[in-house]
Design a protein around this ligand. Sequence first.
Ligand code: FES
Ligand SMILES: [Fe+2]
Length: 363
Amino acid sequence: MRPLSIDPDIRKASTLPADFYTDPVYYERTKEAIFSTFWHYVGDEQDIAAAGNTWPFTLLPDCMDEPLLITRNKQGHWFAMSNVCTHRGNILVEKPGHVRMLTCRYHGRCFSLEGKFKSMPAFKEAVDFPRPEDDLPQISLAQWLGLHFVSLNPAVPWSTIVSPIEDRVSFLALDTLQFIPEESKTFSVKANWALYCDNYLEGLHIPFVHPALNAAIDFNAYEYHQFPYTNLQVGEADEGQPAFELPDGHPDFGRSIYAYYFWVFPNLMFNFYPWGLSLNLVLPKGVDQCQIIFRTYRFADASIDRSVHAIDETELEDEAVVELVQRGIRSRLYHQGRFSPTMEPNVHHFHSLLAHFINQSVG
Ligand code: FES
Ligand SMILES: [Fe+2]
């Protein structure tokens, strides 16, 4: 596997080589170098709490396939840990529910709700037992906007990831966001997950690919901002289009903002609109396949509707072009491209982060 190199000067830089999106070696490397060390949305606190005090799930099914468990103890504290029994590796909890302690149904090893080893039949003679390794390995858990996020081994704290988002949108009634299942959708896309992200990260294609969106925003006022592991696109509304009511002192006060599109490395998107939040997850399902989950959350007092932003129409237009690109980059005659210095700085940011973490993991 060749190291990846992205020139820090976008004017000189080339994009990632095509084989990043097609070669299973890069895809496999991404699992350990990036997906293991960054943050993943796993569910809403409300749903997890309603299911009882234990909530098993698989992190990135068909990609990481990591069995994990969220629990809540008697004091109401949340924990996230491995869902694999430390004896011989059985899956410990098979379904959500309410239990007094975690009991493996293979040979009866018991753990507290905090994941501490409690008891095990037929181990009295075992020497130097139990050891700390007999507890369930703990992982990092963060809560934000009533959503749960986990990381196996975080390269950066969750607070570093979200502080630039909070700086911009804390004026919104974030604590009133309510999940709207009938406006939430899942899409399958025949493309590498990173290719879907590349497309999300630039507005250069808007006039060519999204006629409805292009009519609603002012293309010339489109803006890009980069933070360490997050970036932002600001869409300015054309006259007569819905826009945020920004408070005095907000960095964009006086402007008519259509949407804030925040991307969190590597595969999470928080799109804020005047009616609420569209949370997008890009789930890798193989080197040339991904699944996109759109979860819609509405502010309690929202007066306009999600449909005004033509989100689903825009999504289908994006998917069609991203699938064409996946076919294109397999060509023997295509190797890599260049960035628009003004319209693709967030793609450059993404490629720089991918290259950095992939190279670091190679050593
Ligand atoms: S694998 Fe869990 S007790 Fe044996
Ligand atoms: Fe698009």
